[in-house]
Ligand binder design. Structure first.
Ligand code: PLP
Length: 461
């Protein structure tokens, strides 16, 4: 098929191919087709939402010549807004979460956007929170417009007008199940709405959600698949659902553990020739689960939102996968981990006396200090560790009068212990003890990005 000629990149957004996942779907009766959104001009599904939001803002008089586009973005919406915004003559400022892959910020700058980094691991009320940072910028800069993809209805509308009709036409109306990850909810809401209407309500819409995200029923504790799911900091008072998400469009969620998402993303590139990001891995893992329950007359469509090129230093790096405990091969610290006692953690709000009580059971009298949560069905993510405490430092502080038993332990925190993945070797763990320049007494071992145990210098000897 000859590709069309376009007068500008803006006309080249959308119209992505639908590609059968023949290898991953081998042995499954229902065919699975992937919508390759990473082939969009800016590299992701978000180009569609960006174009739709900018055109709507111009139409509504919110964005005028010489104006500035501001947005909080995991990178991809920023890229879409940079492509569209710069083409239409605007300044573009992207607020990016500090946990985002660094390649994404570099791309934003390459397209001419300005990048402001902000922490996401703070409560929504915190003035440093990404959303509050971009809100302030939009108020302070004259002529600035906050795209607000989470609440902007032009975001799902892009998918009602383009992604949905494309899938319906490409499958000749045979699609029966639609699977997508849920970030703002724009993709699943818009595409799902169109497909349900077009099919007279018979298309089933399934959200792919990280296991601990709140959308699918998790507690909102952290996960490692970027750009999808809904996180809840333990100190957040008022949780808001995005308006771009209409939950009644979603029939059910598949809750996918990080390891399954990441390993599926790696299989996609190796077995299908589709180098995609981790959220594509989550979506395809969900699509595989769904398709296994279906028959040959069903047809599953799954969205691959972006390319794996933005994650070469993360999911597509063996070293990264091992360091976070997602890959275990060869000579590893697994036997040492299995031989240590169960993990004990000190909650950040504890007193010195409470911390000492916990430390009685800790290997080497050392424990990580973690953000407090009511319960921990998914364990402690490495990103929730705020420091460490030791029996020796606390008892010394008590005996020389520097602290009293009822004082908050927070005042006596030491830096977080170094981490190794369960897939790393004992030699790598010993090297990690001194990696910060200061010799530490132990390392934390991560399994699936979660703290599974403490290995002391003694044990690693
Ligand atoms: C890589 C990636 N996957 C998934 C999503 C989720 O899409 P949506 O916001 O439409 O729910 C996004 C959105 O930013 C994304 O960048």
């Amino acid at each position: 098929m000859m590709a069309a000629v376009h007068e500008s990149v803006l006309e080249a957004i959308g119209g992505t191919p639908l590609i059968r996942l023949a290898r991953l779907g081998a042995g499954i009766a229902a065919p699975i087709y992937a919508k390759a959104e990473f082939l969009n001009i800016g590299g992701s599904v978000k180009d569609r939402a960006a174009l739709s939001m900018v055109l709507a803002a111009e139409r509504d008089g919110l964005l005028k010549p010489g104006g500035t586009i501001v947005e909080a973005t995991s990178g991809n919406t920023g890229i879409g807004l940079a492509v569209v915004g710069r083409q239409r003559g605007y300044r573009v400022i992207a607020g990016v979460a500090d946990k985002t892959a660094p390649e994404k910020s570099d791309i934003l700058r390459a397209y001419g956007a300005e990048v402001v980094l902000a922490p996401t691991a703070v409560p929504a009320e915190d003035p440093r929170h990404l959303f509050n940072v971009v809100q302030r910028l939009a108020e302070e800069i004259p002529g600035a417009w906050l795209a607000n993809q989470y609440d902007n209805l032009a975001n799902p509308d892009a998918h009602i007008r383009t992604t949905g009709p494309e899938i319906w036409e490409q499958t000749g109306g045979r699609v029966t199940h639609f699977v997508a990850g849920v970030g703002t909810g724009g993709t699943i809401t818009g595409t799902g709405t169109y497909l349900k209407e077009a099919s007279g309500g018979s298309v089933t819409v399934i959200g792919a959600d990280p296991e601990s995200s709140t959308y699918g029923g998790g507690d909102g504790s952290p996960w490692y698949v970027e750009s999808i799911g809904h996180y809840l900091h333990p100190d957040t008072v008022e949780d808001r659902q995005p308006q771009a998400l209409r939950s009644e469009v979603i029939d059910s969620y598949e809750r996918i553990p990080d390891r399954e998402s990441l390993l599926t993303a790696r299989r996609l590139s190796r077995e299908e020739g589709l180098l995609a990001g981790p959220s594509s891995g989550a979506a395809v893992a969900a699509a595989l689960r769904v398709a296994r329950r279906l028959g040959p007359d069903d047809l599953v469509v799954v969205v691959l939102p972006d390319s794996g090129r933005s994650y070469l230093s993360k999911v597509h790096s063996d070293a990264w996968m091992r360091a976070w405990g997602f890959l275990e091969e060869g000579d590893t610290v697994r036997p040492l981990l299995d031989a240590t006692g169960p993990l004990v953690v000190v909650e950040a709000g504890s007193t010195v006396a409470e911390a000492l009580e916990v430390l009685r059971g800790a290997p080497g009298g050392l424990a990580p200090v973690v953000l407090a949560r009511a319960a921990r069905p998914f364990g402690v993510a490495a990103t929730e560790v705020v420091g460490s405490v030791s029996w020796s430092a606390l008892t010394a502080a008590l005996s020389d009068g520097a602290a009293k038993p009822d004082d908050p332990v927070a005042a006596l925190l030491e830096p977080a212990l170094p981490t190794v993945g369960v897939g790393q070797s004992a030699a790598e763990a010993r090297a990690a003890l001194g990696a910060s320049g200061e010799e530490r007494e132990a390392v934390l071992v991560l399994v699936d990005g979660r703290v599974a145990g403490v290995l002391t210098r003694e044990v690693l000897r």
